[in-house]
Design a protein around this ligand. Structure first.
Ligand code: SAM
Length: 222
């Protein structure tokens, strides 16, 4: 815990002073490792990500859910990189009309379908296997979210350009990222290419922290 807290101090400093993060990064920077679906399958089979379902690992998801739902009823939500469904779990208490979760790991989609069989039977939840870099749905969504996965999905600007046509008018993009020094580069890029509507850092008592960001889609000229 002491290590996490020490690291968090550096990460908080990097939020306002990117140079601090860059100094720490320079020594051991590497691009995020792209793991194929079979690699994620294996990790999910081994239970490596079971911790993501713990109550004290979902504070950022609760905030994300309330920010995308702010003042809106009957939301429809698309989640990319949904894993076992930690996010839709926090949406249970909200007025959500439709939720689609997408992940390219068939193993995790099976787990998610088993966990949410009741909601699937109720007709408002659906899980699909798909590549989040280029997934498409005929439906429109009030919010499209990328919790803890955007670093695996290629260039963020191209990604947003791909998904934004699937938003309803007034719809928003939601992103959460672990407050690590490396993801902060990506977070800064997001802020350069889109307008931030809302943003907060959520930190847990055990030392972990996440950045939650709500973005407006790029305004298109008529
Ligand atoms: C760290 S986990 C986060 C899971 C979930 N969003 C959560 O917060 O509990 C990252 C997820 O992204 C998924 N993922 C990674 N690359 C992907 C891609 N290209 N398309 C779809 N899903 C992807 C992985 O299979 C994994 O489930």
């Amino acid at each position: 815990m002491a290590y996490f807290r020490w690291r968090r101090a550096i990460e908080f400093a990097s939020l306002d002073h990117p140079i601090v993060g860059e100094l720490f990064l320079r020594r051991r920077f590497s691009e995020p490792k792209l793991i194929p679906p079979s690699g994620w399958d294996e990790q999910y089979q081994q239970g490596v990500y079971d911790r993501l379902l713990r109550d004290d690992q979902k504070h950022h998801l609760r905030l994300l859910g309330s920010l995308i739902g702010d003042g809106r009823a009957d939301l429809s939500v698309l989640e990319i990189g949904c894993g076992e469904g930690a996010f839709v779990e926090v949406l249970r208490g909200q007025k959500v009309r439709a939720y689609v979760g997408v992940d390219f790991s068939p193993v995790v989609i099976e787990k998610a379908r088993a966990r949410f069989s009741r909601e699937i039977a109720e007709g408002w939840v659906r899980f699909e296997v798909g590549d989040g870099r280029a997934y498409s749905e005929p439906a429109w969504f009030d919010a499209i979210v990328f919790p803890e996965c955007i670093e695996y999905l290629g260039d963020v600007e191209a990604l947003l350009n791909h998904y934004e046509p699937m938003l309803t008018p007034g719809g928003v993009i939601g992103v959460t990222q672990w407050l690590g020094i490396r993801p902060l580069r990506l977070w800064r890029k997001l802020k350069r290419v889109r307008t931030v509507l809302n943003e907060a850092v959520v930190s847990a008592s055990w030392g972990g922290a996440w950045v939650v960001t709500i973005l407006a889609p790029e305004a298109k000229a008529n």
